[in-house]
Design a protein around this ligand. Structure first.
Ligand SMILES: [Mn+2]
Length: 334
C-alpha cells in the first residue's frame, strides 16, 4: 500500500480543468489495464457512467444504495468512482481509484486515490470535460441531462446553454425524467445506462422502440402513478421544518421534497418515505435561500448528508420514531 501522500488532490486552483486533465492522463498511462466504473443511480451518475463507457469501454457497476460501496468481484487495475463522494480512509477494493465528483471532499481520502473534483460542476459535466474535452462533443447532450437533473436549467454553463439551443428544453427534460425513472421506480438502472450509450441524439432516444427505452417508459408510468398518490399527502409544519410522510414502494421522496420546496420558501422540507418493503425510512431534505437543511435538521436530531439545500438519509424505523418524537417536542417550545 502506498501512503496517503500518493493521494493527489486538485481543487480550487486557477487552471482547474487543465490540471485535472493532466493528472488523469498521467494516471491512465500509469495504469493501462482494465477499468471499472462504480457509479451513482441518478441521472447525473448514469450520464457520467455513459460518457465514461463510451470513452473507455470498461465494465460498470451501479450502486443502488448510497450507504455503502460494493465489494467488487474482480477489481480492475483501475477503478473509477463517479458521483458517489469519496469515502474516508479506505475503499472496499485494493485497486487505485480515480474519483470524479462534486460532493464535499473527505478529511482523509484513501491512499492511492486521484481526486478529480469540482464543486461548481455536476459529475456528468465534469466527466464530459475530462474525457471528451471542453468543447461540445457529439455526446454533450448526455452530460446536459445530468446538469438538468442536478443543477437545473438556469445554470450559466456554456455546455448547457448551447445544448438547450440545439435540442430545446422540453426534449432534454423528458429524457432526464426518463433516465431518472429507473431508480425512482426501484427498477434496473443498467437499462438507462444502456439506452444512453445506444442512442446518438435526444430525438433518436425519445422516438426509440429499443427494449431499454420501452422499459424506461414503463418505469416512468409507474413513478407517475406513485407520485400522484404521494402528492395528496399534506405537509406538517413545525418551526422551520415541514414534514411530508408517506409510504411507497418507489423511492420518490426526492421528487416530493422538490415539489414542496417550491411551495414553501421559509421551511426545510423533509419528505420521508416509510419503505415497509425494506424496513427502512428514506428521507430527502430540500431547502431554499439561506436555509441550511443539514444544520437545521441536526438541531432536532436528524442527521442528513449531502449539500446544505439538498440532503438525505436512510433510517431504521426505530430511529425514525425517535426523530418524530423530537420533531413534535421541538414544536412545543416555540
Ligand atoms: Mn451528482
Amino acid at each position: 500500500m502506498e501512503n496517503s501522500s500518493s493521494c493527489r488532490r486538485h481543487t480550487h486552483d486557477r487552471h482547474q480543468t487543465v490540471a485535472l486533465n493532466a493528472s488523469l492522463e498521467e494516471w491512465s498511462r500509469r495504469y493501462p489495464g482494465q477499468v471499472t466504473a462504480v457509479h451513482d443511480f441518478d441521472a447525473d451518475g448514469l450520464c457520467a457512467a455513459a460518457l465514461w463507457k463510451l470513452r473507455l469501454g470498461g465494465s460498470t457497476q451501479v450502486v443502488t444504495g448510497r450507504q455503502s460501496l460494493p465489494n467488487l468481484q474482480n477489481p480492475a487495475q483501475l477503478v473509477y468512482l463517479l458521483d458517489l463522494s469519496c469515502p474516508e480512509k479506505t475503499f472496499p477494493w485494493p485497486s487505485p481509484t480515480v474519483v470524479i465528483d462534486h460532493h464535499p471532499l473527505p478529511q482523509q481520502p484513501p491512499p492511492n486515490t486521484l481526486l478529480l473534483h469540482r464543486h461548481d460542476r455536476c459529475t456528468s459535466w465534469l466527466t464530459h470535460e475530462l474525457l471528451w474535452g471542453e468543447a461540445d462533443s457529439q455526446h454533450a447532450w448526455i452530460a446536459v441531462l445530468g446538469i438538468l437533473s442536478d443543477l437545473g436549467d438556469s445554470n450559466p454553463s456554456q455546455l448547457l446553454q448551447s445544448q438547450l439551443q440545439r435540442w430545446g428544453l422540453n426534449p432534454l427534460r423528458q429524457l432526464t425524467s426518463l433516465v431518472n425513472s429507473a431508480h425512482r421506480a426501484a427498477g434496473d438502472c443498467d437499462q438507462a445506462l444502456l439506452a444512453l450509450t445506444l442512442h446518438d441524439s435526444p430525438s433518436q432516444m425519445l422516438r426509440s422502440e429499443h427494449p431499454s427505452v420501452v422499459y424506461l417508459r414503463d418505469c416512468q408510468r409507474k413513478v407517475r402513478k406513485r407520485l400522484g398518490q404521494a402528492k395528496q399527502v399534506p405537509a406538517v409544519k413545525r418551526g422551520q421544518v415541514a414534514l411530508v410522510q408517506f409510504s411507497s414502494d418507489c423511492p420518490i421522496q426526492s421528487v416530493i421534497a422538490q415539489i414542496w420546496k417550491s411551495r414553501l420558501a421559509d421551511h426545510v422540507v423533509v419528505a420521508a418515505n416509510c419503505r415497509n418493503d425494506l424496513a427502512q425510512v428514506q428521507v430527502s431534505a430540500r431547502s431554499r435561500g439561506s436555509l441550511d437543511a443539514i444544520q437545521i435538521l441536526g438541531q432536532i436530531g436528524l442527521t442528513v448528508r449531502g449539500h446544505a439545500q439538498s440532503a438525505g438519509a436512510v433510517l431504521e424505523p426505530s430511529e425514525w420514531e425517535k426523530f418524530l418524537e423530537k420533531f413534535y417536542a421541538h414544536s412545543h417550545k416555540r
